[in-house]
Ligand binder design. Structure first.
Ligand code: SAM
Length: 345
């Protein structure tokens, strides 16, 4: 039997990337458990040695050192002279007491998604969500039936959308407008970032009624409660607020193609001439070969929703033009998300 030989100049096959991706859940779950245990919050006040930190976290001695040193090796903690400390990134983003805390998305990943992704093969074979949804229609009805899960989800949205929200506040030409509404505002992360950066703006957070107290607490805490009001509503059945700019962030990817088109058409109808729709999501690159995060986010929509999927910037501009928007463009927001802007003439 002939054996295949590779020309000596060809790059040699390397299993490194396969192993790193295939066992990537080891590192992922180590970080998620560290957030759950409060490692980064405990270390916010001062560095601690292994014994003191283990005692505060309630760690069994068997793997305490391995766990903490793993976090060092993963670049999530520093260790100097036996004392563990947060890195600059973990001090900023994973200390629960900082306003910049973005662990909400990791807490939700730990409590829900980590388990549900175990059903990915089934989802790929059946096309069915693999989360707590049982009625097969509205993914939010089941998710929000538990108050703790509701708050956790809304905080997770703040965790995942903070970077995009600050970029939208900085990049969109807000000087030309005076009013805006964030449709599906969740805790109010994007609305608050825009209001904080532009004192001349008044905004609306539009979301399901159950979200109201969590939105109001958040925006009051950031000192923008006077300029941001909450409007309870259902974007399928109720009118959208009458404002100059509508934002839909991580909304379109939750729904099937018909739902996406209906929401874009509804936004177009609600806007005045000159008004703008800003859509942001982890948009996939137009060739669908580079932005793995956008494609993985689309698989997450398979796990989480009956018909949702992520899409490219070109797809989104197509839907915007189909609805009537005269000018469209896509801008990267610096992180995993991009925004598509449609201007109504
Ligand atoms: C994936 S989250 C996105 C939150 C936020 N825009 C962001 O980017 O972080 C979807 C939001 O849409 C809201 N939502 C879902 N169905 C809705 C409906 N029928 N009417 C109004 N809001 C809805 C949810 O409550 C949630 O806040």
């Amino acid at each position: 039997m002939a054996t295949a030989t590779l020309p000596s100049s060809a790059p040699q096959p390397n299993p490194g990337a396969i192993l790193q991706i295939g066992l990537g859940f080891w590192a992922s779950k180590t970080l998620l458990s560290a957030v759950e245990l409060g490692v980064f919050t405990e270390l916010a006040a001062a560095p601690l040695d292994a014994a003191a930190l283990s005692q505060r976290l309630g760690l069994h001695p068997r793997a305490a050192l391995d766990f903490l040193d793993c976090l060092v090796a993963l670049g999530l903690l520093d260790r100097n002279g036996g004392l563990y400390a947060n890195t600059a990134d973990t001090a900023c983003f994973l200390d629960r007491n900082q306003p910049s805390y973005m662990g909400g998305i990791l807490e939700m990943a730990n409590a829900r998604l980590y388990r549900f992704w175990g059903g990915l093969t089934t989802a790929l074979r059946t096309g069915q969500p693999q989360n707590e949804t049982t009625n097969g229609t509205d993914p939010f009805a089941e998710l929000y039936s538990d108050p703790q899960r509701l708050r956790g989800f809304l905080q997770a949205m703040t965790g995942i959308s903070g970077g995009a929200a600050r970029a939208i506040a900085g990049q969109f030409p807000w000087a030309g407008y005076t009013t805006f509404a964030d449709i599906g505002a969740a805790q109010g992360c994007c609305a608050a970032a825009v209001a904080l950066a532009h004192p001349h703006l008044a905004g609306v957070g539009f979301d399901l009624p159950v979200v109201q107290p969590i939105f109001e607490e958040y925006v009051r805490g950031l000192g923008v409660g006077q300029r941001l009001r909450f409007q309870p509503g259902d974007f399928w059945n109720d009118p959208l607020p009458a404002v100059e700019v509508l934002i839909m962030g991580h909304i379109l990817h939750d729904w099937d193609l018909d739902g996406k088109r209906r929401l874009v058409a509804k936004a177009y109808a609600a806007l005045p001439p000159g008004g703008a729709l800003v859509v942001y999501d982890a948009m996939i690159d137009d060739e669908r070969r580079r932005h793995a995060f956008g494609l993985l986010s689309s698989l997450n929509m398979l796990i989480e929703t009956p018909g949702g999927f992520d899409y490219t910037g070109a797809d989104c501009c197509g839907w915007l033009r189909e609805a009537g928007f005269a000018e469209t463009r896509v801008e990267s927001l610096g992180g995993p998300a991009s925004m598509a802007i449609g201007i109504k003439r």
